[in-house]
Design a protein around this ligand. Structure first.
Ligand SMILES: [Zn+2]
Ligand SMILES: [Zn+2]
Length: 366
C-alpha cells in the first residue's frame, strides 16, 4: 500500500512530504493508521545530525492511532484497537524485561538503531529504495507498520490526539518524577525546562505530593503554563537561579532536581541546585558525543545522587493505560499540553515553532 509521510532524506535538510510504499505487516507486526503524532525534540536530533541514523527515514515517535491489520503471531492487539506507540518496545523475555525494567529491553535496541523491524528489514520504501523507521515507530506518516511490542492498546474514549502525548512527553516526565526519582509527599522539587517533558515532570511532582515545586525556564511566557501544571514557584533562568532555588528551600537546594532539556551546562547547574543528600535526575536527551562535567568532590561530600531517566522508567503496558485513566479522572492534564495542532504538510513549521521554546507541545494530526 501507499502512505503519505514526512521523509527526512538526509541531515540538515527539511522534511519533505512524499508518498511511500508500505509493505503489509509481517510476523509479529501491526499496521496502524495514525491519528496524531507529537512534535518532540528527539526527532529533531536527526535533522541536525546529532543523532546518527540510517537515511532516508521517517521519524515520529509520539504517535497514536488505530490498528488496521495484524501479521501472524500477533497476540497483544487486534484490528480496531486504539494504540499508543511505544518507542521502547518490551519483548517480555530478555534480561531486563524479566527483572521488571521493560524500558531497558535489549531485544529491540539493535533493530531500532538500524531503523528496521526484528527481521532486519524495513517495511517502507521510496522510489524502490529502503526507507528506515525511526524508533521502530515512524509515526510522521498516515500509516505505519511496527512491532506489536511497540503498540500499547488503550481505552477508546480518549481522543487519540491527546493519547499520543502519553507515548513520549507524559511517560518521560511523569515517570521521571514518580518512578525514576520516586518523589514523596512534602519533598521539594525543581524542574529545569518547561516544554512538554518538563511540564509533565511538574505534573508527576504534583501526583507525588511534592512541595514546593519550582519551575525554571528561560521564557517568561512559560510562567502561567508552569503554574497551571502545578508549579508553586516559577523562576526565570539566569545566573541567580540556584540562589533562588536555595532561598525557596531554606538554603538547602531542592531534594529532587530534574533537567528536562538535555543541555550539558544546564545539567551542571542543576546539580548545584540539589540539596545535600538529594538527587539530580537527567531526563532530557543530550546530543550524542556531548559531555557533562559533574564534579565528583561535590557528589561525594554532599552525597548527591545522579540518575538517568529513560522513558521515565515506565512500563508502557502498565502505565500508558494508567496515565489515560488519570486523565479521565481529572488527575493529569493532557489537553493543555497541546498548544498547537498541525497538518503533516506543516511539519517544518511545527519544528520551527518548537525551536522557539514558546510552546508546550505541537501535535500533528492526520
Ligand atoms: Zn520524544
Ligand atoms: Zn525485553
Amino acid at each position: 500500500m501507499k502512505t503519505k509521510a514526512a521523509l527526512l532524506v538526509e541531515p540538515k535538510t527539511p522534511f519533505i512530504i512524499e508518498e511511500l510504499d508500505l509493505q503489509e505487516p509481517q510476523n509479529g507486526e501491526v499496521l496502524v493508521k495514525l491519528a496524531a503524532c507529537g512534535v518532540c525534540h528527539s526527532d529533531y536530533h536527526l535533522v541536525t545530525g546529532t543523532t546518527k541514523h540510517p537515511m532516508p527515514c521517517v521519524a515520529g515517535h509520539e504517535g497514536a492511532g488505530v490498528v488496521l491489520a495484524v501479521g501472524d503471531g500477533v497476540t497483544r492487539v487486534q484490528p480496531g484497537d486504539h494504540v499508543v506507540m511505544s518507542w521502547s518496545p518490551d519483548c517480555g523475555e530478555c534480561y531486563y524485561c524479566r527483572r521488571g525494567k521493560p524500558n531497558l529491553c535489549a531485544t529491540f535496541v539493535g533493530p531500532i538503531w538500524n531503523g528496521v523491524m526484528l527481521d532486519g528489514t524495513p517495511r517502507l520504501s521510496w522510489q524502490g529504495k529502503p526507507v528506515y523507521h525511526y524508533c521502530g515507530t515512524a509515526c510522521f506518516a498516515e500509516y505505519t507498520v511496527a512491532p506489536q511490542q511497540s503498540c500499547v492498546p488503550v481505552r477508546r474514549d480518549v481522543p487519540l490526539s491527546v493519547a499520543a502525548l502519553v507515548g513520549c512527553a507524559v511517560a518521560t516526565g511523569v515517570g521521571a518524577a514518580i518512578y525514576t526519582a520516586g518523589v514523596r509527599p512534602g519533598e521539594s522539587v525543581a524542574v529545569y525546562g518547561c516544554g512538554g517533558v518538563g511540564l509533565s515532570v511538574l505534573q508527576g511532582a504534583v501526583l507525588s505530593g511534592a512541595y514546593p515545586i519550582i519551575a525554571v525556564d528561560i521564557n517568561p511566557a512559560k510562567m502561567t503554563l508552569a503554574r497551571d501544571f502545578g508549579a508553586t514557584h516559577f523562576l526565570l533562568a539566569n545566573d541567580q537561579t540556584v540562589a533562588a532555588i536555595r532561598e525557596i528551600t531554606e538554603g538547602r537546594g531542592a531534594d529532587y532536581v530534574f533537567e528536562s532539556i538535555g543541555v550539558p551546562s544546564v545539567q551542571e547547574e542543576a546539580l548545584e541546585a540539589v540539596a545535600p543528600g538529594g538527587m539530580l535526575t537527567l531526563v532530557g536527551l543530550s546530543p550524542m558525543g556531548t559531555g557533562t562535567n559533574l564534579p565528583g568532590s561535590v557528589i561525594v561530600r554532599q552525597e548527591k545522587t545522579i540518575k538517568g531517566s529513560y522513558y521515565g522508567t515506565v512500563n508502557p503496558r502498565r502505565d500508558f493505560p494508567l496515565f489515560l485513566d488519570l486523565y479521565k479522572a481529572g488527575r493529569l492534564q493532557l489537553d493543555q499540553l497541546v498548544s498547537q495542532q498541525y497538518r503533516l504538510e506543516q511539519i517544518n513549521e511545527a519544528y520551527a515553532a518548537m525551536l522557539t521554546g514558546a510552546i508546550a507541545r505541537g501535535v500533528i494530526v492526520f
